[in-house]
Design a protein around this ligand. Structure first.
Ligand code: SAM
Length: 309
């Protein structure tokens, strides 16, 4: 039927934390526990699993997929930080940004840090990962989770991202960030991730006003990210399905920042951003068997990059 699967009917995604183990070892561990591995998925329908069977995801190589009722919150591998329980859609931003080892990455709204730890895994803990969050409590939870995940390249700051000075001026009291900004030679590639994915309430009177406020904040945040002089790429993601927070934010940002353009993402991904922003991705319970999500990747034009060097 065309009925929307409920959240609890979606497959359970398990990201293998490659800082601590390998996909092969995780698969073997689950097999020894009586789960049956059906191999790599080839079609979306292969992710509709029953009982104790599991597959490798068809898009993301470090992701295993289990049946909807599977719960690994008490599992040894989870407690040891070998696996991260993370929806597939929320694995897209770090995967698509794909920062090389040694890069410098900023995570603007980072807590509780599943994407931060994914970034660290992709960078193999080499390079620098500066993560900001306004909320001290969430940041402290994040610190515990990153420790468990074996992340060592991070520098956390309890700071409003919008107040982080892109030029490293006096308002910026983050040692790590200063080092990043004052690093005169620098790495040739500087990367940045701007992750903001607060869900917005769907049906109440203040819905529209709240949506506008969120969208305005998100545009502000994205514009701020683009002001960092060494920035090359920004991934913008939300767990919202509203075009006001997604395509409209990105379209406004591109208009205001002609030096940046969209990078086409995962051509084999089944759900695209609304036209004309089809280079972006969307995710949904029906079309991708994930929670609702949006991802855009912006990069600086080559011409501008050359001028800068
Ligand atoms: N990216 C996170 C992850 O993958 O685990 C989830 C991010 S969460 C949905 C949004 C976070 O943004 C919250 O922890 C909130 O405290 C933080 N936040 C909101 N406004 C902010 C700002 N101006 N500067 C820094 N963090 C902010």
């Amino acid at each position: 039927s065309l009925q929307q699967p409920e959240g609890d009917q979606l497959p359970r995604y398990v990201r293998v934390n490659t800082l601590k183990t390998t996909v092969e070892d995780a698969i073997d561990y689950f097999k020894r526990e009586g789960f049956s591995y059906l191999g790599q998925a080839y079609r979306l329908d292969d992710l509709n699993l029953k009982g104790k069977s599991f597959v490798g995801d068809l898009h993301l190589s470090d992701l295993l997929v289990f049946s909807p009722k599977t719960d690994f919150h008490d599992h040894n591998l989870y407690k040891a930080g070998h696996i991260i329980l993370q929806d597939k859609a929320s694995c897209l931003p770090a995967y698509l940004l794909n920062p090389p080892t040694g890069s410098h990455v900023l995570d603007a709204c980072a807590a509780p840090g599943n994407k931060t730890s994914h970034l660290a895994a992709i960078m193999k803990n080499k390079g620098r990962l500066f993560a900001f969050d306004l909320d001290a409590k969430r940041l402290s939870t994040m610190s515990t989770l990153l420790l468990r995940a074996g992340v060592t390249c991070q520098q956390l700051a309890n700071q409003d991202f919008l107040k982080v000075d892109p030029d490293g001026g006096s308002g910026n009291n983050t040692t790590g960030l200063k080092m990043y900004l004052n690093d005169p030679e620098g790495l040739k590639s500087k990367w940045m991730v701007c992750l903001r994915d607060e869900a917005s309430p769907s049906q109440n009177e203040q819905h529209k006003r709240r949506l506008q406020a969120l969208a305005a904040f998100q545009l502000h945040c994205l514009n701020h990210a683009l002001r960092f002089p060494r920035l090359q790429r920004v991934v913008y993601s939300t767990c919202s399905i509203h075009t006001e927070e997604n395509e409209q934010v990105v379209a406004a940002c591109l208009l205001q920042n002609p030096g940046f353009r969209l990078v086409p993402l995962l051509l084999q991904w089944p759900e695209r951003g609304l036209a004309p922003l089809t280079k972006c991705l969307r995710a949904s319970t029906t079309k991708t068997l994930t929670h609702g999500f949006f991802v855009a990747l912006l990069e600086r034009h080559t011409a501008e990059r050359l001028e800068e060097q």
